[in-house]
Design a protein. Structure first.
Length: 374
């Protein structure tokens, strides 16, 4: 294992801090902020030293795997982490415990990825968009109409692609990370203030997007006027007409009530919300071959489980929307209608290659060739 003494000390202090002041469950963020600000460095060092002395002997006999997720308790990611915890703890007879840290507990999603790479935590589940600054090659999954249509076909690619678990994983490994699995939380859906069926319908249409060169290029090429906005401002912007639409999965649309200030939900089939579970490469390398295989087999065996959770979650949230707003327009574009948008999306790949370089082009070519052969 390639830990420096500085990294070991950082891990010790961080782990002691987690046990001392970070509860692995929902917290009152207002009170938590006061607690965090009140904690002195002297107390932290004392706690870390005490934790090291008291817990070091036990650490020889037991393992605690810290698993961070970017979503709240009760979410799709939480369901995945809880099921993984149950299966691992059962399979190891309690020799391994899995502690789950939900959204915000350990920082931003990007920070949890950095913590996994540094060996501070073991696993984290984040959406692909939050990996852009660390593994730019991963942003290939933001490209429109890259993945096949249909949940089953998407799942097959994300759980078993030779390109993902071969060349792309090599790019993750260079950043101290290991791809454990990928899965989709469902299709991205447009919420709009009018029906959109053709690229021409997007004329003078302001579509809210995240600040991403790929997404900006995507909606510009499809005929809209992409408008970057912070997530917290989207509802107000839709309500005031500052933007005409936005794109998110159904669970997010329901949770944030975006349907209340738009008239249509549109399934255009251009993109899935792809997430990945990554582990720290150094930590994973220290596991015995049997334990490495246990992790991989457990996650491989959870593919059908999480697919079912995603389907149920999306349908339940859609039912809530339909009950709350019976007159909302539900539009599923036909393959012919999607082809028109697909034809306008070819140039978007240039934005990805500009971000990921020649290596990005290699991965895109390999993934497209693999998908064409399936």
């Amino acid at each position: 294992m390639k830990f420096s003494y500085a990294k070991i000390i950082n891990v010790i202090f961080f782990n002691a801090w987690l046990h001392a002041v970070v509860p692995p469950s929902p917290i009152n963020h207002a009170n938590w902020e006061e607690t965090r600000m009140a904690l002195s460095l002297k107390n932290l060092k004392t706690t870390a030293a005490a934790a090291l002395l008291s817990l070091a002997p036990a650490a020889v006999f037991a393992e605690d795997w810290k698993f961070a997720i970017e979503e709240i308790p009760g979410s799709i990611m939480d369901a995945y982490a809880q099921e993984f915890k149950k299966r691992i703890e059962t399979a190891t007879g309690g020799d391994v415990t899995v502690t789950i840290y939900p959204m915000g507990t350990l920082g931003t999603p990007t920070e949890t990825v950095e913590q996994a790479a540094d060996g501070i935590i073991q696993l984290t589940n984040v959406s692909i968009g939050n990996l852009g600054t660390i593994v730019p090659e991963s942003q290939v999954f933001l490209l429109p109409y890259l993945l096949p249509s249909g949940a089953e076909a998407v799942s097959k690619v994300l759980s078993g692609s030779e390109t993902i678990y071969g060349p792309l994983n090599e790019d993750f490994q260079k950043r101290g990370l290991e791809i454990m699995t990928m899965y989709s939380e469902g299709p991205q859906v447009w919420t709009t203030n009018r029906e959109i069926r053709t690229p021409e319908d997007f004329e003078n249409f302001k579509m809210r997007v995240m600040v991403s060169p790929i997404l900006l290029e995507t909606y510009k090429n499809m005929g809209a006027s992409p408008t970057p906005l912070p997530f917290g401002e989207v509802f107000g912007a839709l309500q005031l007409g500052a933007v005409d639409g936005q794109v998110n999965p159904i669970p997010t649309i329901e949770e944030m009530k975006f349907y209340e200030v738009t008239s249509h939900l549109i399934w255009a089939g251009e993109q899935e919300l792809v997430t990945t579970v990554v582990a720290g490469s150094d930590w994973f390398a220290t596991l015995s071959p049997d334990r490495q295989q246990l992790v991989r087999d457990t996650m491989a065996g959870m593919t059908s489980y999480i697919d079912g959770v995603v389907a149920d979650f999306n349908q339940q949230r859609l039912d809530v929307i339909k009950d709350a707003k019976p007159d909302i327009g539900l539009v599923v574009l036909t393959e012919e209608e999607r082809d028109a948008f697909r034809a306008r999306s070819g140039d978007t790949a240039a934005a990805y290659v500009e971000t990921a370089g020649a290596r990005g082009q290699e991965l895109l070519d390999a993934l497209q060739a693999e998908l064409a052969g399936n």
